[in-house]
Design a protein around this ligand. Sequence first.
Ligand SMILES: Nc1ncnc2c1ncn2[C@@H]1O[C@H](COP(=O)(O)OP(=O)(O)O)[C@@H](O)[C@H]1O
Ligand SMILES: O=C(O)[C@H](O)[C@@H](O)[C@H](O)[C@H](O)COP(=O)(O)O
Length: 186
Amino acid sequence: MEPPRVVLVMGVSGSGKSTVGSLLATELGWKFYDADDYHPEENRKKMGKGIPLNDQDRIPWLCNLHDILLRNISSGQSVVLACSALKKIYRNILIRGEGATTQGYDEPGEKGFPELKPLVVYLNGSFEVISGRLAKRKGHFMPPELLQSQFDTLEPPSAPENFLSLNVDRSVSEIIYFIVDNIKIK
Ligand SMILES: Nc1ncnc2c1ncn2[C@@H]1O[C@H](COP(=O)(O)OP(=O)(O)O)[C@@H](O)[C@H]1O
Ligand SMILES: O=C(O)[C@H](O)[C@@H](O)[C@H](O)[C@H](O)COP(=O)(O)O
């Protein structure tokens, strides 16, 4: 049997993480988690007031998501996670848990636990395209004014991260096709 896998769909607000992540999970028959659903109330209120989150706000949220990923992988369940994961240290926390705040990228994670080695799908796009999409999006707590701070915080994935960078100018179905194709050949 194939070992369980994780795909992390990341990018700034409005890059298409929730849209691509949920359809991808359906296509693959994997479980889908949207990190937005796991923000504590304080984080939602802060973003709702137009104040960007900082490391202190994000680290406990990311640690909780790490635990969720680990539980799924330990029970043999493959997962797609849509999460902004803007900085490299945030992605490292998703993979390795709280210890990642003091560990280097290549140091071993928690002993006795299966290692999470996600495929990181980075949805990249210009400020203009993404802000245009956010301006049209209805009923979401994230104010479009926070987009610049998201770009300022963003650290795109780089080696040795296992990543795929896809431009959001492509259609959602094309993006999903590329991801599924990449998963099949690995
Ligand atoms: N590749 C795409 N092409 C056109 N519109 C898209 C694409 N991806 C997402 N969208 C639209 O852009 C908006 C933001 O997408 P969403 O999935 O909510 O982003 P995120 O979860 O990253 O904030 C939504 O209205 C969605 O329908
Ligand atoms: O780390 C953060 O600052 C947040 O996670 C942020 O990046 C995320 O984008 C919001 O939760 C809004 O949700 P959307 O990404 O769905 O707009």
